[in-house]
Design a protein around this ligand. Structure first.
Ligand code: ATP
Ligand code: MG
Length: 578
């Protein structure tokens, strides 16, 4: 956990929450810039989401990077800017969800909330300036032709027949584009750079297009919209961003970013720096695909607990701390890689191990009658809340003659390596007594086991005996008359393959969806201390994993628990093997 000392550090060596000193090439660049007083001591970063979907764990990496850099520097600021230049795909719902997710992750843009659409007027003027400099023209080729003229990596492009229109003609046509005189797709404004450039992004890229669509913020005011490559550097410059941090796929766009700012003699010329995007095993990350999963109902909405979205992780029970810890541990690098999802789970387990109360829940109940325990008696047994943290105290749990144990914890004909309850065998009940199984009652017709009759050793209270005899198994249990019912949802990865793109020929990643990724168990038994468990609160169910009270689907009568993560730490195992 971060202590006061680590929270207040202002240098570039940032200890991650785990206490390790962390630095990276971006922080080194920034440290150097500060040393050279490159931006007059200012550090301004930004997180620029397109409001066309919900944020995912990959965005968390970028958010963590940009906002942390601002936080680490005395004069640091991080802007939240909505890159809302495509009204066809953007919605208000996404804007609200993005804000909520960033706040939940623990970051704050303060008064620095901006929209690219705030700059439409300025951007239009900039476009006019570029036309005047003979560095942009209105092109009447259609989309297919433009693609064809663009050439390929091996073949240079061809100049458009409209490329040499006069400044006057271009100014007139651009204004008429703005006035709505042309239909969508009939013409675009293009930069006049170099159709033979080895970098395809420099082959006269489009700067403005016509889209007769209603914009969530500007309504019908505009029917031409700036392209990302035009709006982005200029928005950065208008906001006086110092370091424009983006993912690697924009590396080839950097010459264009710089070209635009140079052509317009921008007073503030931010430095674009690229880093590798986050990829996770068993996960797809692009918004287009996440939207597809939602629209085609492969999941129950953007916040389905199996989704890699921030809202999905939140509903599942992830904590903001564990996500930030994960982002710190994966670091920031310049080459693409795939991170094992086990690391994300490991970060969460490490935290929840220290912070959650241990409770007992029986997912598939089997009734046990303890014949030598007095009928009608209830004992309150003392149960420690968290052995990792004695300051979390203990609670009383009721014990009585009838209890539920897990069906899996009994085998009538035990397997060689099965050490739990079996006929004639003695086991320990957690926090309670030793019991021995004496009789198995079955349904005469089906042979199904209905309940077990056991006896207990009154001397073994609290888990030990005076004669020191040992038992191998320890079972969790819940007293029958005190039991509460609940629904439990167990989740598995959404995809069966570590790389969901590895699909059979002719099939897509959708063919790798894990059809068993959600298991709902409706009649689970939980201990009575969970009666007023708050929505969103987290527990360790002994031997089952960490669970969270579903904030939306729980009712007072029947809480719903999501399993956040099981106890099996595959990441720790991988580390040990190394
Ligand atoms: P996607 O490709 O998932 O649809 P995007 O890049 O189109 O995402 P934006 O809303 O444009 O989504 O992204 C906002 C910021 O988040 C950008 O700076 C982008 O580089 C960054 N980002 C997006 N995906 C990742 C990722 N997987 N890892 C790190 N940063 C990311
Ligand atoms: Mg994008």
């Amino acid at each position: 956990m971060a202590n006061e000392d680590t929270k207040n550090r202002k240098d570039t060596d940032i200890p991650s929450a785990s206490g390790q000193i962390q630095t990276d090439f971006i922080r080194s660049i920034i440290a150097q810039d500060l040393k050279e007083n490159k931006h007059g001591g200012r550090i301004i970063t930004r997180f620029p989401p397109e409001p066309n979907g919900y944020l995912h764990i990959g965005h968390a990496k970028s958010i963590n990077l940009n906002f942390s850099i601002a936080r680490e520097n005395a004069n640091g600021i991080c802007h939240l800017r909505f890159d809302d230049t495509n009204p066809v795909k953007e919605e208000e719902e996404y804007i609200e969800s993005i804000k909520e997710d960033i706040k939940w992750l623990g970051f704050d843009w303060k008064e620095h909330l901006y929209y690219a659409s705030d700059y439409y007027e300025q951007l239009y003027e900039y476009a006019v300036t570029i036309i005047r400099k003979e560095k942009a023209y209105v092109d009447h080729l259609n989309a297919d032709q433009i693609r064809e003229y663009r050439g390929t990596l091996k073949k240079p492009g061809k100049e458009s027949p409209y490329r040499n229109r006069t400044v006057e003609e271009n100014l007139d046509l651009f204004e008429r584009m703005k006035k709505g005189e042309f239909e969508d797709g009939t013409c675009v404004l293009r930069a006049k750079i170099d159709m033979a450039s080895p970098n395809i992004n420099m082959r006269d890229p489009a700067l403005y297009r016509i889209l007769k669509a209603n914009h969530p913020r500007t309504g019908d005011k505009w029917c031409i919209y700036p392209m990302y490559d035009f709006a982005h550097p200029l928005s950065d410059s208008i906001e006086r961003i110092t370091h424009s941090i983006c993912t690697l796929e924009f590396e080839d766009h950097r010459p264009l970013y710089d070209w635009i700012l140079n052509e317009l003699d921008a007073k503030d010329h931010p430095q674009q720096i690229e880093f590798a995007r986050l990829n996770l095993t068993y996960t797809v990350m692009s918004k287009r695909r996440l939207l597809e999963l939602v629209k085609e109902k492969h999941v129950n909405g953007w916040d389905d607990p199996r989704m890699p979205t921030i809202s999905g992780l939140r509903k599942r029970g992830y904590t903001p701390e564990s996500i930030r810890e994960f982002c710190g541990r994966i670091g920031v690098a310049k080459s693409n890689s795939v991170v094992d999802i086990a690391l994300l789970e490991h970060c969460l387990r490490e935290e929840l191990n220290l912070t959650t109360q241990r409770v007992m829940a029986v997912l598939r109940p089997l009734k046990v009658i303890i014949d030598n325990y007095p009928e009608g008696k209830t004992e309150e047994l003392d149960a420690q809340n968290n052995p990792e943290d004695p300051s979390m105290g203990s609670r009383a749990i009721p014990f009585s003659r009838e209890i539920y144990i897990e069906q899996d914890d009994f085998q009538e004909e035990p397997h060689k390596k099965f050490f739990r309850l079996a006929p004639g065998r003695e086991v320990r009940l957690k926090h309670a007594y030793y019991i021995t199984c004496n009789k198995v009652i079955k349904d005469e017709k089906t042979g199904e086991i209905l309940n077990l009759h056991c006896s207990y050793d009154p001397q073994s209270k609290g888990g030990g005996t005076s004669d020191g005899r040992k038992v191998q198994g320890t079972l969790h249990w819940v007293s029958v008359p005190h039991a509460l019912k609940s629904e439990v949802r167990l989740y598995d990865h959404l995809f069966t393959k570590a790389d969901p793109d590895q699909a059979e020929e002719g099939k897509t990643y959708l063919s790798n969806i894990n059809l068993n990724s959600l298991e709902k168990i409706s009649d689970c038994i939980i201990e009575p201390s969970l009666k007023n468990a708050k929505p969103g609160s987290r527990y360790q169910f002994l031997r089952h994993g960490y669970f969270c009270v579903d904030p939306k689907d729980s009712t007072d009568e029947k809480p719903v628990f999501n399993r956040i993560v099981s106890l099996k730490d595959t990441w720790a195992k991988i580390q040990k093997k190394r």
